[in-house]
Design a protein around this ligand. Sequence first.
Ligand code: NAD
Length: 477
Amino acid sequence: MKKMLIGGEWVAAADGRSIPVVSPSDGVAFDAIARGGSAEVDLAVKAARAAADGVWGRFTATERGRLLMKLGQVVAEHEEELAVMEAKDTGKPMATARNDIKVLSRYFEFYGSAADKVHGETIPFLAGHQVSLVREPLGVTAHIIPWNYPAQMLGRTVAPALAMGNAVVLKPAEDTSLSAIRIGELALQAGLPPGALNIVTGLGEEAGAALAAHPGIDFISFTGSNEVGTLVQQAAARNAVKCVLELGGKSPQIVFDDVDVERAVPIIVRAIVQNAGQTCTAGSRLLVQRSIYDQFVGRVAQALSKVRVGTPEMDLDCGPVMNPAQLKRVQGYIQRAKDSGIQVLAEGTVQSGAPAGGYFVKPTFFGAVPRNNALACEEVFGPVLAAMPFEDEADAIALANGTDYGLLAAVWTENAGRLHRVAKAVRAGQVFMNCYGAGGGVELPFGGTKRSGHGREKGLLALEEVSTTKTLVHFHG
Ligand code: NAD
């Protein structure tokens, strides 16, 4: 049973409870994690406060940066071990898991190297006064992350918080806590002082809810579903605590009649099957100009029908979905679409030899999906692509903006004017032009508009989210 990291010590839940760790590839439990709750969250928040007010708080920015860069190096040295662990825990193909660990290492490197480049400002003011604006850590930051990219999500949210000198309490997803625990060990090895990083494992409604509501935190970053995001924001509001929400998406691929077909098709297929579609930025809506609709959708169908699903060791295009609830959810969307008579344009295959107990779903491509159908508006969080035709630029923009979400979008056209007009009109936190996907784009500010959330992670903007300013006014006569 894996223990939790609190104040530099490895501890079990006070009441001894645990949660089994199940492999999505075969449905078999192979380990267990501690089921922490409000008591452990309380200890972790206190340990974080002690670190922020103590040794960790006295680290200079350069010292913090060096330490994070060292941790990035240590992670890189353990890439294969961490990738095997992550693949087993999530079911994702080994190639994807290796890339996730590379990105994790890059987060520590990027934010480590940025730690001492955050400078203040001076502000012209009244005669005889010197005014400076300094940036300071928030104090204790709380981070709740989902199960789709456990290691990447940890790096994305924890690295900037530590770089700015905050002390962190992390609640990983109950389905996928193993890599976080191992990273906790590596962080201590790299020299992170006790209490700077605390990891409480457990259920969302227990440990997660207790962390979000804890009066001792100064900030919360939540990545996950809209339903839980709302609860977290309510809890944060009760304590007047700032919160960053990274929620769902229903991102459109907007394809005009002058698209570079050879370039676009493989990228569009990958954007929906990657991580078995369990990616907040999955390109789940394929909007195609009517004049090329049949032809283009046919090419995508051809490519999608070659997609193969299997275990991490098979290392194919995608793995199983995360758990039985997710399997049921995704299969439900597929079945309801079939029942309502929407045509299946293509299906991938589950590789023979994939264990019968695994949570495998055949990637499925539907079209033409009616604009008011669930597949056109709701996040499936599985490998399901919905094609829809549009008439012209104005119709494409209306359709692209026609959901509650606004996370990512892509525009495909060789017409530069159209590319930029559409990119400007689409409501999304990131717009890709003739390419797709943030993936490892550690440098690129990322986050939602509309119901996809608020606040920014990644890039240098993330450092502003996890810090505050103090205005110093000095009268010197
Ligand atoms: P989820 O909301 O069920 O769980 C996310 C985390 O919240 C987990 O750690 C969970 O334990 C915790 N949690 C659950 N209930 C809680 C509660 N009552 N209080 C506090 N914490 C609680 O989400 P999920 O199913 O793990 O992830 C899928 C969702 O996450 C999708 O909607 C996806 O789009 C979204 N997501 C968004 C991004 C992004 O960057 N925008 C990235 C990845 C996933």
